[in-house]
Design a protein around this ligand. Sequence first.
Ligand SMILES: [Zn+2]
Length: 178
Amino acid sequence: MRAALSRTVPVVAALAAVAPAPAPAQPVDPPADEPPPNVGAERDGATRVFPIDGPHTYSDGSGDRPHHEGQDVLAACGMPLRAVKDMTVRRVATEAAAGRYLVLHDSSSGADYVYMHMSAIDVAAGEHVDAGQRVGAVGQTGDATACHLHFETWTAPGWYAGGSPHDPMALLRSLGDS
Ligand SMILES: [Zn+2]
């Protein structure tokens, strides 16, 4: 059976008047007096120093082990460790896994910088340390099978104070240039 022929519907041109398009808007330039973007606490111009004063190599990184919250940087035992920036010593302690460790607090950002497995610690809680100041030495105290610095960075308000650890590799690379 053939389909019924469709009726031809006359096409009625849409002739409704269309308002002329407005002139294209001028590109909007940012106001000249716009304040600079927030450059963040890591770009405040303060001096920053690689935490190990001497030859070092990176281990396999933080992703290879569960619950590993920092980066391991291999270096000879006894090599000086330096404060990454001007900070206050938040904690000096010894624990089975961390060995002798140090927590430095950056009061400007609220971040903490943690050094573990140290063979020596030269500073005491509450002290101010300048960027580059020696704070101790590389070791293998605690749960460590080689001389190395286990280095952690924590967001404000810091280490086990409500902050979170984040991978410090980018910071280390930017400071270490190696
Ligand atoms: Zn580690």
